[in-house]
Design a protein around this ligand. Sequence first.
Ligand code: PLP
Length: 294
Amino acid sequence: MAWRFALMIDPAAAGDDRADYADTFTEVDPAAPALTVGELSTQRGDGIFESIGVVDGHPQEVTAHLERLAHSAQLCELPLPNLAQWRAAVDRAAAHCGPGESVVKLILSRGVEHGPAPTAWVTAAAASDFTRARTEGIRVVTLDRGYSLATPARAPWLLLGAKTLSYAVNMAALREAKRRGADDAIFTTSDGYVLEAPTASLIVRRGDTFVTPAPNAGILHGTTQLSLFEHLALRGFAVGYETIPVATLAEADAAWLVSSVRLAAPITAIDDAPLAVDAEFTASLNTYLLSPRD
Ligand code: PLP
């Protein structure tokens, strides 16, 4: 990871609105140790995060990311983040990104065991080059996530709609996908419905209609999917949320995994069944996603 910047944040309470949050920020060397051994983010993955794409110094869709951070905090019973403070931290990190594509990461941890406050920080790093995934596409396999469509409502302590730091399962799914000769995965429920990818949302095209699984408590509501739906609606396409049976994926005319940093990656095959890729149309989506978006 080519780190560019790291900033520790002394979290202000939500509603503690100030003209300037500079005295709550401490710039640290991203290559040097910064957390204590009692950190619950590292001991238990007990915290939440956001990854924001930055293009030529412009952080994309900051409001949507901050709203999701607040939603995750609420689900995890963490103190509600002061969004003006986080926005100021994002701006400060983005100012260190320079030209090209970068990623700014926001992390809010429950803090140090028995400590007084959450730990919070942002980092900025150069993004990987995703040209190949965006242009040549990705092969995906479906993987059982191990719970039914009804589980999230029945067991909210699973935190299934929160973007928590506990991504070991998501990373294991990516390794399993690679073992099966694919690039990525689509999680499915145990009762046969489509959810999301380990680090992306799924968008399916049928004719001139674009659908994505309903963002109920079982999946994250993707900021990239939201932004693309707005864009597609302006272009005259129909967009919508659906409960999508896995069996109907075979009827798709096209499909993409979309996320803040890799952007729109067209799917070339699902479980070895080939899917057509419209290279020109996909390029138009990525051109939009690379344009400055607020
Ligand atoms: N779903 C999961 C599980 C994710 O981790 C992500 C992003 O990392 C997404 C969906 C896509 O969200 P976004 O478009 O906001 O990056």
